[in-house]
Design a protein around this ligand. Structure first.
Ligand SMILES: Cc1cc2nc3c(=O)[nH]c(=O)nc-3n(C[C@H](O)[C@H](O)[C@H](O)COP(=O)(O)OP(=O)(O)OC[C@H]3O[C@@H](n4cnc5c(N)ncnc54)[C@H](O)[C@@H]3O)c2cc1C
Ligand SMILES: NC(=O)c1ccc[n+]([C@@H]2O[C@H](COP(=O)([O-])OP(=O)(O)OC[C@H]3O[C@@H](n4cnc5c(N)ncnc54)[C@H](O)[C@@H]3O)[C@@H](O)[C@H]2O)c1
Length: 482
């Protein structure tokens, strides 16, 4: 039977980073991938969606050029060319995630399905048959797949998911999207900008329910202004012949349905019971802060764990899991300082606690400083004052969380993540000089506003008055030119 230091199940971001890390340590590493290395991010997630968003952004820039005095002829969208552009981005990034690149880092890549047969053994099934392998450590990195809600008639309507959307050769004229989370909002806006008549249906009362409450309303308003029909607080009762029947009795006629209603972990048929690996009620593999499962030889990383389902988290978890297993280290992620971005326009960038979460923990000592981007010069020169920055602080002015809504908000959030990671205070952000005029003035101006507010509190105000009086006494104004 083959023997490996580390066996990796799944060749998405988590698996690839783990395999490359372990390979570079000189370990004997096996990576088994059942579909194509690169996983969700490369083939069906981040890369195609951000490319579609780039095309949609170009269309919108042309459409709104008039406001800057730039006059253009009506925009025409060439669906086939847009979709070819999306595929070209995948092709450009794919070599980094290819079997050749993973092998070059010292790991062995096998195309096949992996499943545990015991606490330290695997079965790998490929075209040639099955083989057994023994491992010292293993990493479960099998990711997640789109979840289909149980709506009568939905499955028969041949709904699209983000697994199949990218296979289209032309865009439908009318599309309903079920789910107003990051996928529904990002793709809903992009598809509408590319000429699709989009209806976005969200079961909950607001879009982007994990963000600060005002974010959902702001994004809904923006989507509506761009022609998207946004329906919140209602679901779909059934689907018949291209018609969605909503809870309230309203009907919507569409050509295609895109389901963006969350994801489920890929943990069935992995032999987890035989391996002694525990899952939670949703099927996510339960891990501790070192990414170890209930079987101490087996680690898990990425979407399959149900922690924060983002590529950057999957990669770091994969790298740390490999390091912890092979070198016996105790590397942990500081989840309170992990940022993420929803790539709508404006972007919604977030790190750490919302105000409600901070209040839950610190009561009235938690505080939010909010700044409208009406006060950010770059937003004014770009005519993009529709965003805001909110800094959430706790006892002693420590920064606990932040939300930035603006163009390029994703670029502004990293400094706030670094500040939270360092345990910095809002006044530390204020004390850092930022370049003018940038969208980073949002966080900076918010922190300065907080500092000004703090200085008007009774104690600092008295200290300032005392210092001012002392300085006046020491430096009297003299008459004449001496
Ligand atoms: C439309 C969309 C847009 C997104 N945009 C962003 C974004 O902008 N930024 C961001 O950070 N995140 C984004 N995400 C989330 C991101 O794609 C995921 O968090 C990330 O890809 C998870 O990586 P992973 O390695 O955990 O899983 P995956 O990438 O899903 O990889 C798992 C791999 O395991 C393989 N596998 C499964 N079972 C087996 C088995 N038994 N044996 C062998 N192989 C197996 C699968 O084929 C797959 O290749 C987006 C997701 C979607 C759907
Ligand atoms: N920019 C990014 O980082 C990015 C982009 C896209 C996706 N992702 C990740 O991918 C994952 C999946 O995204 P998602 O948007 O599918 O999931 P999600 O769970 O974040 O949102 C799904 C939404 O669908 C709604 N919903 C559920 N059932 C419904 C129904 N029957 N009808 C109408 N609405 C329904 C839910 O209330 C929820 O708001 C997320 O965890 C996200 O973090 C990240």
């Amino acid at each position: 039977m083959e023997e490996w230091d580390l066996a990796v199940l799944g060749g998405g971001t988590a698996g690839i980073v783990a395999a490359k890390t372990a390979g570079r340590f000189g370990a004997r590493v096996l990576l088994v991938e059942s579909a194509r290395t690169g996983g969700d991010c490369l083939w069906t997630g981040c890369v195609p969606s951000k490319s579609l968003i780039a095309a949609a952004h170009a269309a919108q820039s042309v459409r709104t050029a008039d406001q800057y005095g730039v006059h253009t002829s009506p925009t025409t969208i060439d669906d086939a060319a847009v979709l070819a552009y999306v595929r070209s981005s995948i092709t450009r990034i794919e070599p980094v995630d290819s079997p050749a690149a993973i092998s070059a880092a010292g790991a062995t890549v096998v195309a096949g399905r992996a499943e545990f047969t015991g606490p330290a053994t695997l079965r790998v099934t490929d075209d040639a048959g099955t083989r057994l392998a023994r491992f010292r450590w293993a990493l479960i990195a099998t990711g997640s797949a789109p979840a289909l809600p149980t709506v009568p008639g939905l499955a028969q309507a041949d709904p699209l998911t983000t697994d199949t959307l990218w296979d289209l050769t032309e865009l439908p004229r009318r599309m309903a999207i079920l789910g107003g989370g990051p996928i529904g909002c990002e793709l809903g806006q992009a598809l509408a900008r590319l000429g699709v008549e989009v209806t976005l249906v969200e079961l909950a009362d607001r879009l982007l329910g994990k963000e600060e409450p005002e974010v959902g309303a702001l994004i809904a308003e923006r989507l509506r202004a761009e022609g998207v029909t946004v329906v919140t607080g209602t679901g779909v009762d059934r689907v018949t012949d291209g018609t969605l029947h909503l809870h309230g009795g309203e009907t919507i006629e569409v050509d295609r349905i895109l389901v963006a209603a969350g994801r489920r972990p890929r943990t069935t048929d992995l032999g987890l019971a035989a391996a002694g690996v525990r899952c939670d009620e949703q099927g996510h593999v339960v891990i501790d802060d070192r990414m170890r499962t209930s079987n101490r030889r087996i680690y898990a990383a990425g979407d399959v764990t149900g922690t924060l389902p983002f590529t950057h988290v999957a990669g770091v978890q994969g790298g740390y899991a490999a390091t912890n297993a092979l070198l016996g280290l105790r590397r942990r992620i500081d989840y309170a300082a992990v940022p993420w971005v929803t790539f709508t326009d404006p972007e919604v960038a977030r790190v750490g606690a919302t105000l409600a979460q901070a209040r839950h923990r610190h009561g009235t000592r938690a505080h939010a400083q909010r700044l409208s981007h009406d006060h950010v010069d770059r937003a004014i020169t770009d005519r993009r004052t529709d965003g805001f920055t909110q800094l959430v602080s706790g006892p002693g002015g420590r920064l606990l969380g932040a939300t930035v809504v603006s163009p390029r908000a994703g670029e502004s959030i990293a400094e706030l993540a670094a500040a939270i990671r360092r345990g910095a205070k809002v006044r530390d952000v204020a004390g850092t000089v930022h370049p003018y005029p940038t969208y980073a003035d949002g966080p900076w101006n918010a922190s300065l506003a907080q500092l000004r507010a703090d200085l008007t509190a009774p104690l600092p105000a008295r200290a300032t008055a005392a210092l001012r009086a002392l300085r006046r006494a020491l430096h009297p104004i003299r008459s004449g030119n001496r």
